[in-house]
Each structure stands twice: as C-alpha cells, then as structure tokens.
Design a protein around this ligand. Structure first.
Ligand SMILES: N[C@@H](CCC(=O)N[C@@H](CS)C(=O)NCC(=O)O)C(=O)O
Length: 242
C-alpha cells in the first residue's frame, strides 16, 4: 500500500459488465475508479446490496467512496476528496485558471453527457436488454415481470424532466450527435483535454463517453467510433488511467 494511504472502498452496483476496461455499468463509478488509479491510490471495489443503498447515501445513489470508514457520495465531491488526499494528482501541470476549467468540463460531462448514456440504455429498445438483464436478471420471476417496467418508466420520466427526450428519442440522438461533433473538433491531437497530463476534465469526459461506447450497446458505440480524433483521445485516457 502507498505511504499514508487511507483504507478506500469504492461501492458499486452488483452487476459486472464482464468487459475489460468497463469496470462498472455506472459511468460515475467508472470515473472514480479511474481517478483512484490515476492518483495511484489502492482501493477495494465492493459490489453492494442495492436494497441498502440509502444506508450508504441518503440520496440512494452510487458511487460512494468509503474513506477510512467515512462515506463520501457524489463523483465530483469524491474527486475533490482524492485531490485532497493526493494534491495535484488529478490536476497535474495546470494553473489556477486551467484547474477551474477542468472542473467545468467535469461538470459538463456529468450533467450534459450522462443523460445520453441513460437514454441509450433505458429509453432505446435496442439498449434496454442491457440494464434489464444486468440489474433485474437475478430477481425472482414474479418481481421480474413487474419491477423492471416500473423502473424503466420512472427513468424515462426523469429524462423528459431533464429535457433530454421531451422531443422523442430521435431528437435526443440528433442533439447527442451535434455534441459529439463539437467534441470531435475540440479533441486534442495528442496529450489530454487541457495539456500533457490527464486531469479531472479527462476523467469526467472519459467516463461518460467510454460508457457510450460500451460494446453491449454497439449501435451507440459506433456513434463515438465515427469520431476518430475523439476516439483516439479516449483510448489515450483509457491507457493512462488503467
Ligand atoms: N451526481 C451523482 C450522480 C450519480 C448517479 O446518477 N448515479 C446513478 C448510477 S450511474 C444512480 O445511483 N442512480 C440511481 C438513482 O438515481 O436512483 C454523482 O456524480 O455521483
């Protein structure tokens, strides 16, 4: 273990993707696991009982990182905590202005890209088997006949509420393609989003975009693959944070 490293446990949903590089179905858990690796902090990746989520986080969401027994929720707050544990590990080589920008990109990814991951898996019929099997596959048959549909309807409503699918799935995807085109133009030819070292900007962008290129939703992965500069950039972040 690294000197002075606290005991760290990253709490995740029970389902495994079974795919190398996709440590979690949750982009936010993926973001934290890559941040811990980038900061060279050893951690336990623990699959938790989803019926007990509120004992970990009153908001009922993951990720939660347990730091020496203290539960820290919310991926952005967890990244700040990792920065406090390993100063500059996630903002290496950046001045104050660039650090501020890095956090804005991280926030952009969390709020403006995550809904596309949700739409791909929960709204699109081609992606729906992924969460249905991963999250509900082990349920007893009578529950399995009812619960997935209820959760799917609630998730669809949330996406309408966030103004992502109010105009339908195709309009949502058109907006996503425009966003990907913009990111493709902005993507760096080499190095990382804001310079020579990976930062919180890369962690946020990578987590959501790599989740979009999950091979289980190949129809969506192709949308990212078409943006070649962006894809090469994601490959570099992947390699630097494994
Ligand atoms: N703002 C939170 C969002 C976390 C989040 O949305 N997690 C999802 C899994 S990817 C979750 O727990 N969803 C369950 C729910 O919202 O009820 C963060 O950045 O950690």
């Amino acid at each position: 273990m690294t000197d002075n490293a606290p005991a760290l446990t990253l709490c995740d949903f029970p389902a495994h993707t079974g795919l190398d590089g996709w440590d979690s179905f949750s982009p936010f858990v993926l973001e934290v696991s890559r941040a811990l690796r980038l900061a060279k902090l050893p951690f336990e990746h623990r699959r938790v009982d989803i019926l007990k989520l509120k004992e970990l986080n009153p908001l009922g969401q993951l990720p939660v990182l347990i730091v020496d027994g203290e539960k820290v929720a919310d991926s952005t707050l967890i990244l700040h905590r990792i920065e406090a544990l390993r100063p500059s590990a996630l903002t290496q080589g950046l001045d104050a202005r660039a650090i501020a920008e890095a956090w804005l990109w991280e926030e952009f990814a969390d709020t403006a890209l995550y809904p596309y991951v949700l739409a791909t898996r929960w709204v699109d019929d081609r992606g729906w088997p992924v969460p249905r099997n991963a999250f509900f596959g082990a349920m007893p048959a009578p529950l399995r006949a009812v619960v997935p549909g209820i959760v799917r309807r609630a998730t669809k409503q949330k996406l309408i509420g966030r103004d992502f699918t109010r105009g339908g799935l195709q309009a949502c995807y058109e907006r996503m393609r425009r966003t990907l085109d913009t990111l493709e133009i902005r993507a760096p030819d080499d190095g990382f989003w804001l310079g020579a070292h990976p930062s919180v900007a890369d962690l946020g962008l990578f987590a959501q975009l790599h989740s979009l290129r999950l091979p289980l939703t190949a129809f969506q992965a192709e949308e990212v693959a078409k943006r070649q500069r962006l894809s090469r950039y994601l490959d570099r972040v992947d390699a630097a944070t494994r």
